[in-house]
Design a protein around this ligand. Structure first.
Ligand SMILES: C[S@@+](CC[C@H](N)C(=O)[O-])C[C@H]1O[C@@H](n2cnc3c(N)ncnc32)[C@H](O)[C@@H]1O
Length: 352
């Protein structure tokens, strides 16, 4: 590809991010991304990085990590000029590892139902765990609204037993359809994760990076992140560094035999190619046959559209998903979830 067409490709990437992804989430990122798309000199510098490092969220997160403040594009541009070497260093050494504890609100009904059916505590393995914040579904509070027959004002509230209000994040989730909400939180006997690059909640730089990955105006997510990090810091999860396909079987062998094993993942399968996803599914089948294992997949359209253009879930298409995630239990679709766990539309009855 010629440098000119590469530059046009990067400009399109930033323009798409600034006009489609960012509006509604971050006015600041929308303005900055469109500004970059119209800035040939900056695009030339961004194109000095390898292709997978040019993505808008990584570059913008690096600038925020270094202290770029919300403001007009011309101020952001001056900041970049003054800190370009550092921005490059962060972009080249980090990757987008957003860790969203809110996704536990989407996973909880399935986790509770598995624990109830098994009649024993859970052993959790998250593949692609980042800092492991989704490994604490039993330590967070929840507020589900929109549920017919729920408590006061149609809201179902769940809280970790014995924890003082304010000491845990409360994950709010708008529900549609017959979500099987539990009466209490499931017991978790053991928790562990795998990541190519586990982030350490005890490392201030890693914590600052997790905060920088949250879009500037989303203060409620930053607050939720800080509360979840405090919980993880008190009892850091076991996180194994490596490829999920290489580490899964040996980690699963460490799970206590008397607990119900659940392997889960959110926003991870897009990082694997079709062959890698196939290997992973084979491992899940092996684990299910050998020792018993449940599998929760909470992913965007990559779980639906396969490399040959076919769909693993024929009745579902990208338009129905609308940027949300599909939640599958043991390979069967049960719900459509907001990407950060902010909503849950239960579809199991319709598809079952
Ligand atoms: C977008 S983050 C999502 C983190 C977490 N699952 C969540 O929902 O908050 C994706 C994570 O998957 C990890 N990852 C990507 N490919 C992987 C692989 N082959 N093996 C292990 N981890 C991987 C990345 O390092 C990153 O931390």
């Amino acid at each position: 590809m010629s440098p000119a067409s590469e530059q046009a490709g990067t400009a399109d990437w930033y323009r798409h991010f600034g006009t489609v992804d960012a509006p509604g989430n971050s006015a600041c990122y929308a303005e900055w991304s469109v500004g970059i798309a119209d800035d040939p000199e900056l695009l030339r510098r961004i194109n000095d990085w390898p292709h997978n490092k040019r993505q808008p969220l990584l570059m913008l997160g690096a600038a925020r990590f270094l202290g770029a403040r919300v403001g007009p594009y011309r101020e952001f541009r001056s900041f970049l000029d003054a800190h370009w070497d550092d921005v490059s260093r962060i972009v080249l050494s980090r990757s987008t590892q957003t860790n969203e504890a809110g996704r536990c609100a989407a996973l909880l009904p399935s986790l509770s139902r598995i624990a109830a059916a098994e009649g024993r505590p859970l052993a959790l393995i998250e593949v692609g765990a980042s800092a492991g914040l989704a490994l604490f579904p039993d330590r967070y509070g929840y507020e589900y609204d929109g549920v017919a027959g729920a408590g006061s004002g149609g809201v179902t509230r769940l809280a970790p037993a014995g924890a003082a209000p304010g000491s845990y994040p409360v994950l709010r989730c708008a529900t549609t359809g017959p979500v099987p909400l539990p009466a209490g939180l499931p017991a978790v006997a053991w928790r562990a994760g795998i990541d190519l690059n586990p982030l350490d909640v005890r490392d201030p730089d890693d914590v600052a990076w997790l905060e920088a990955l949250i879009w500037p105006e989303q203060d409620f997510r930053r607050e939720r992140l800080r509360q979840a990090i405090t919980i993880a810091q008190a009892d850091p999860p076991l996180l194994v560094a490596g490829d999920l396909n290489e580490q899964l079987m040996s980690l699963a062998a460490q799970a206590p035999a008397d607990a119900a094993l659940v392997v889960f993942h959110s926003a991870v399968m897009a990082y694997l190619d079709a062959a890698g996803r196939e290997v992973f599914r084979d491992s899940i089948s092996l684990l299910a046959a050998d020792r018993g294992c449940h599998w929760l997949s909470n992913e965007g359209h990559t779980v639906i559209i396969q490399t040959d253009g076919s769909s693993v879930v024929p009745e579902m298409d990208e338009a129905r998903l609308g940027g949300r995630f599909l939640l599958l239990e043991d390979g069967l679709p049960v719900a459509i979830a907001g990407p950060h766990g902010q909503s849950l539309e239960w579809i199991e009855a319709a598809s079952g």
